[in-house]
Design a protein around this ligand. Sequence first.
Ligand code: G3P
Length: 217
Amino acid sequence: MKFFLDTADIEQIRTVNSWGILDGVTTNPTLVSKTGRPFLEVVKEILEEVDGPVSLETVSLDAEGMVKEGRQLAELGENVVVKIPMTPEGMKAVKLLEEEGIPTNVTLIFSPTQALIAAKAGASYVSPFVGRLDDISGEGMKLIREIREIFFNYEFTTEIIVASVRHPMHVLEAALVGADICTAPFSTIEKLFKHPLTDKGIDTFLKDWEKVPDKPF
Ligand code: G3P
């Protein structure tokens, strides 16, 4: 499973990249606004840092506007993926952009049939939001399982990005279901490293190392 970071914070992106586990980045208008920085400045830094796909979201509601913004965003770098909301106008834009060779990521997916529509329109990625479904007593991971099954049944190559991830269990379940990608906030990725027995083990090894005579380091 590929790991994407769901953020526009360049320091977080640099940190996860330095750990050697960063496959891509997803952003949205909320995440960009949280940086408090000019859009183009932020995006150029991200595109320079990241080797993999970087999703940048359109804000128009009509297909024409989305396509125009999508083309503009795609000019910024070869690894740009244009994020488009799951609407009929959005699907028109997906079809046109994909025909031009610009990859798209259909966002705000909350049902398996929305994912089916996005795949049929030719989207490169779909982003089902598990956390926001869990928030309203839905079953986020059931959505991922169903999309996985539909895409398998019809051999769609559209990749599933598990989005709106809130905690390590979402990452674990995404991997067990066989999602292609999990996009998580920095705080969740950081937690994946943690285990009290790892900390305890390091502590013991270091204490015992002190007792070893004539150490080379
Ligand atoms: O990038 C889209 C998605 O991951 C947003 O997550 O936490 O705002 O529901 P959240």
